[in-house]
Design a protein around this ligand. Structure first.
Ligand code: C5P
Length: 216
């Protein structure tokens, strides 16, 4: 399969040195990419800035902002069999980025932000034969929110994790996730990200080879 994977955070620059971003390390997406390479898939990894080394054998496309990630997904999605969108895309970006470093002259500074496009929804809206897998991090209503996002974004699967428990879902540790298929069938897994990568790729592969049928 030709698998397109996105990973990491995006950075939305305010001025040449400051940006809005989030705590994503990119670890999950890179794990999925290396497991996919290991299985012999043709992998394209589109990544926001991280400290990780891309897996050997994957085509690596570094990006910075949500708009940059969207351009890359738009380019590679039509030629892919599967999109796994694990990137933590910033929902908003500054309306304008200052070309000069903003001076701390004022006592208060108001930043005007504008919504970024939902890359996953837009790609899934154009899907033909592709298996599309999205992610969700929730602070409450995990199952209901996952179900709503799966439908709204036209996904085949959603991988949802809760931010409620004390363990952070970021980085390299065991996490609990709920995996829901488009038929609404739901499973919960507790595993490290390597194990979860295998489970996610198993689902993508069977889904693809069985022409999108539900394999949970
Ligand atoms: O709506 P929410 O941000 O919770 O959805 C998360 C999923 O949507 C993730 O798979 C993420 O990569 C994707 N996403 C996106 N573009 C955005 C925001 C989220 O593709 N602007």
């Amino acid at each position: 399969m030709r698998i397109l994977i996105t990973a990491g955070p995006t950075r939305e620059y305010i001025d040449p040195v400051r940006f809005i971003s989030n705590s994503s390390t990119g670890f999950f997406g890179y794990q999925i990419a290396s497991e996919a390479v290991r299985r012999g898939h043709k992998v394209t990894l589109i990544s926001g800035p991280t400290c990780l080394i891309p897996p050997k054998g994957a085509k690596f496309i570094p990006v910075v902002s949500a708009l940059g990630m969207k351009r890359a997904v738009d380019k590679y999605f039509p030629g892919s069999d599967c999109l796994i969108m694990s990137a933590a895309v910033a929902d908003y970006r500054p309306v304008t980025a200052s070309s000069r470093k903003i001076k701390k002259e004022k006592a208060a500074l108001v930043l005007k932000l504008v919504r970024n496009p939902d890359i996953l929804s837009l790609a899934a809206g154009k899907k033909k034969r592709q298996v599309v897998i999205g992610f969700a991090l929730e602070t409450g209503g995990l199952k209901n929110n996952a179900k709503e996002k799966l439908k709204k974004k036209n996904l085949d699967y959603i991988i949802a994790a809760s931010l409620n428990n004390k363990k952070s879902p970021f980085g390299d540790r065991e996490i609990s996730v709920l995996i829901m298929s488009r038929t609404g069938k739901t499973e919960t897994f507790l595993s490290d990200k390597k194990g979860l990568s295998r489970i996610i790729l198993d689902k993508a592969e069977v889904s693809k080879y069985h022409c999108g049928s539900d394999i949970i």
